[in-house]
Design a protein around this ligand. Structure first.
Ligand SMILES: Nc1nc2c(ncn2[C@@H]2O[C@H](COP(=O)(O)OP(=O)(O)OP(=O)(O)O)[C@@H](O)[C@H]2O)c(=O)[nH]1
Ligand SMILES: [Mg+2]
Length: 224
């Protein structure tokens, strides 16, 4: 009789352990590892669309966006990282001070209006090359976002790549140019996701020169 009782007790103990283990597996999963936070700087001339695309990607309204005075910081949530984007106002009077906001950046986002007049594109070219020549931004990955793509007369990615001499300015760093516009949130996200891969070191551009397509939705990776 006592042997039967012992077996019963053992059986009960075994069941308790099994239920406890099952419960732990179902309910007490360890929290996912924290996503890395990466600081990047976002520059471009006034009205290029910096604040607008950052608002779009954050799911905020793009109505009544005011010109950025000084700088503003936004944390963009992605699946595998959080980008702390420091947007610096692009007004003529502020641009000489951009360099004072570069420290701590691990990547550069340069936003431009693809349909801007030729004279503005010259300024874009100068400001981009000045920023990239700054030792603080040396070798950091670069994402060029060519906004206002839906406008008549917007330059193609190919044209911009040539006119801004991106092959030359991007030498020694990973770089991408991506088309975007107000009504293309998916495109903007794609640009960021590709950029994040370079920031996280998940993708090396070396030997990964995607052949260029005629379409507007293709990222053009540069060399590392
Ligand atoms: N048509 C069109 N308009 C855009 C696009 N992106 C931005 N805009 C408009 O351009 C204007 C200026 O946009 P902002 O986002 O404030 O520009 P910004 O680069 O942040 O400018 P600053 O903060 O002054 O340096 C706004 O009226 C936007 O609605 C775009 O892709 N297409
Ligand atoms: Mg702004």
């Amino acid at each position: 009789m006592s042997i039967v009782l012992e077996y019963l007790q053992l059986g009960c103990a075994f069941c308790r352990i099994s239920i406890y283990t099952l419960f732990r597996r179902l309910c007490c999963r360890s929290p996912p590892p924290p996503r890395p936070e990466i600081s990047v700087v976002c520059i471009g001339l006034a009205k290029a669309g910096k604040s607008t695309l950052l608002a779009l990607i954050s799911g905020e309204s793009t109505q009544d966006i005011q010109p950025t005075i000084g700088f503003s910081i936004k944390a963009l949530q992605f699946k595998n990282c959080i980008l702390n984007v420091k947007e610096i106002g692009g007004g003529e009077g502020v641009r000489p001070y951009w360099k004072h906001y570069f420290s701590g950046a691990k990547g550069i986002i340069f936003v431009l209006d693809s349909a801007c007049p030729e004279s503005d594109l010259e300024i874009v070219k100068t400001e981009l090359s000045n920023a990239l020549a700054n030792p603080t931004l040396d070798k950091l990955p670069l994402l060029v976002l060519a906004c206002h793509q839906e406008k008549d007369g917007a330059r193609s990615i190919e044209q911009l790549k040539k006119e801004l001499e991106l092959e030359f300015h991007g030498e020694g760093r990973a770089w991408l140019i991506h088309p975007c516009s107000l009504n293309d949130l998916r495109g903007i996200k794609e640009g960021f996701e590709n950029f994040n891969q370079y920031l996280l070191g998940e993708k090396s551009v070396e030997g990964d020169q995607t052949p260029r397509e005629q379409g507007q939705s293709e990222d053009i990776p540069g060399r590392i």
